[in-house]
Design a protein around this ligand. Structure first.
Ligand code: G6P
Length: 363
C-alpha cells in the first residue's frame, strides 16, 4: 500500500523523492571537513596509466558520465564498456590499469564475469549499493553508494548516488595526480555538497514535468539529446522512458543528430534537450534549431539563462543553475520525472515493467 511507500503511489516515486536525503548521506560519507575521505580503503590514482570502467544498464551510463569528469579533472584516459561486451572481447589489460565496476545490486552476472576477468591483471574497485554482494566481496576496495534499498526496477536514486561517488573519485584522481590545486578540489567538493539542495529544488518542477509528460505519452518515438556530460544523461533519459512507458526512445549526442536521427524528426517526434547554460550551450542550441526548423517539438530543459537565450520551444522546464561539473546529477531529476509521469499517464506498471528484472543474475 501507499503507507510503506511514504505516501507515494509507486516505489519509483518514493525513490525519486528520497534523493536529496540519500545523496546527503552518501556525500557525508566521502567528504569530511571539506576534504575527500575513503573509509573503505584508499584508491590511489598516482601511478594509474589507464582506467577501465565496466557496468550494465543505468550503471553503465553513470560510468560514461564519470569518464568526462575523470579525463577532464585528472587527465587519465578512461575506457567504458558494457560488461557483456567486455567479458567476451577479452581486452588487453595493460600495466597500471585500474578497473572500476559499478553495480547497484552487485550481482549482475556479466559485470561479475568482467570483474573475474580482471582479477590478477588490474587493481579492482567497485561502486555498489549492496555492500555484501558478490561484486563487493571480489573487489580490492568496494565503495558503497549508500542509496538504501532500491525497489523500483528502473534505477533512480542508485544512479545519482553512483554519480556522487564517482564524482568524488574523479576529484581523488585529480588530487593524487596533482592536476588540480587543493583550492580547486575544495571548491568542486563544496559545489557537490550543494547538489542535494538543488535536487530538492528541481523536484519542485514535478507538476510542470507531469504536464509535459501527458503530451509525451501520446508520442510513438522520442529523442533525447545532450552534449558533453549531458550526452550520457540523454542516454539514461531515453532508457528510463522506454523501460517504464514502452515508448520507443533514443538518446543521441547532440552533434550526431545530423548523422542520422534528424531524418526521423517531424512534428510527431518530441526531442528532449538537456542543456544547462554552460560552455557547450550554444552548440546544443544550434542542434536544437535544426530540429525546430524541421517542425520537431523541442522540450528544452535548461536554467533561467538558457531559457531566456533560447525561447520558442514546444515545452520547457526551468532548472536551478547547475554548478560547473555536476549538471548530470541535477538533470537526472527531470529525466526521471518525465519518464515516471509519462508511464503514469500511459497506465503502465511503473515498478514492475514487463520483461525486465531488477537484477540480472543469469546471463
Ligand atoms: C537491470 C536493471 C537496471 C540496472 C541494470 C544493472 O537491467 O533493471 O535498472 O541498471 O540491471 O544492474 P546493476 O545491479 O548491476 O546496477
Amino acid at each position: 500500500g501507499r503507507v510503506e511507500k511514504g505516501g507515494h503511489r509507486h516505489w519509483m516515486a518514493k525513490e525519486i523523492a528520497e534523493q536529496p536525503a540519500v545523496l546527503d548521506t552518501a556525500l557525508a560519507h566521502y567528504i569530511h571537513d571539506g576534504a575527500i575521505r575513503l573509509p573503505e580503503g584508499d584508491v590511489d590514482f598516482s601511478d594509474v596509466t589507464r582506467i577501465v570502467m565496466v557496468a550494465c544498464g543505468t550503471a553503465f551510463y553513470a560510468c560514461l558520465t564519470a569518464k568526462y569528469w575523470i579525463e577532464r579533472l585528472a587527465g587519465v584516459p578512461v575506457e567504458v564498456d558494457v560488461a557483456s561486451e567486455f567479458r567476451y572481447r577479452e581486452p588487453p589489460i595493460t600495466d597500471g590499469t585500474l578497473a572500476i565496476f559499478v553495480s547497484q545490486s552487485g550481482e549482475t552476472a556479466d559485470t561479475l564475469a568482467a570483474l573475474r576477468y580482471c582479477e590478477g591483471r588490474a587493481r579492482i574497485v567497485s561502486v555498489v549499493n549492496v555492500e555484501t554482494s558478490s561484486i563487493a566481496r571480489a573487489s580490492d576496495v568496494a565503495l558503497p553508494i549508500l542509496a538504501g534499498r532500491e525497489i523500483g526496477v528502473a534505477s533512480t536514486k542508485a544512479f545519482t548516488c553512483q554519480l556522487a561517488v564517482l564524482g568524488v573519485l574523479a576529484l581523488k584522481a585529480a588530487q593524487d595526480r596533482g592536476t588540480l590545486s587543493a583550492a580547486e578540489i575544495r571548491s568542486h567538493l563544496e559545489d557537490l555538497t550543494r547538489v542535494p539542495a538543488l535536487i530538492a529544488q528541481a523536484l519542485n518542477l514535478e507538476d510542470d514535468l507531469s504536464d509535459i509528460a501527458r503530451d509525451l505519452s501520446e508520442a510513438r518515438d522520442i529523442l533525447f539529446i545532450g552534449r558533453g556530460p549531458m550526452y550520457p544523461l540523454a542516454l539514461e533519459g531515453a532508457l528510463k522512458l522506454k523501460e517504464i512507458s514502452y515508448i520507443h526512445a533514443e538518446g543521441y549526442a547532440s552533434g550526431e543528430l545530423k548523422h542520422g536521427p534528424i531524418a526521423l524528426v517531424d512534428d510527431s517526434v518530441p526531442v528532449i534537450v538537456f542543456a544547462p547554460s554552460d560552455d557547450l550551450f550554444g552548440k546544443t542550441v544550434s542542434n536544437m534549431q535544426e530540429v525546430m526548423a524541421r517542425g520537431g517539438r523541442v522540450v528544452l530543459v535548461s536554467d533561467a539563462q538558457g531559457l531566456k537565450a533560447q525561447p520558442g520551444s514546444w515545452h520547457s522546464a526551468q532548472m536551478p543553475h547547475a554548478p560547473d561539473l555536476w549538471g548530470p546529477l541535477l538533470y537526472a531529476i527531470p529525466a526521471q520525472l518525465l519518464a515516471y509521469h509519462t508511464a503514469v499517464a500511459k497506465g503502465t506498471d511503473v515498478d514492475q515493467p514487463r520483461n525486465l528484472a531488477k537484477s540480472v543474475t543469469v546471463e
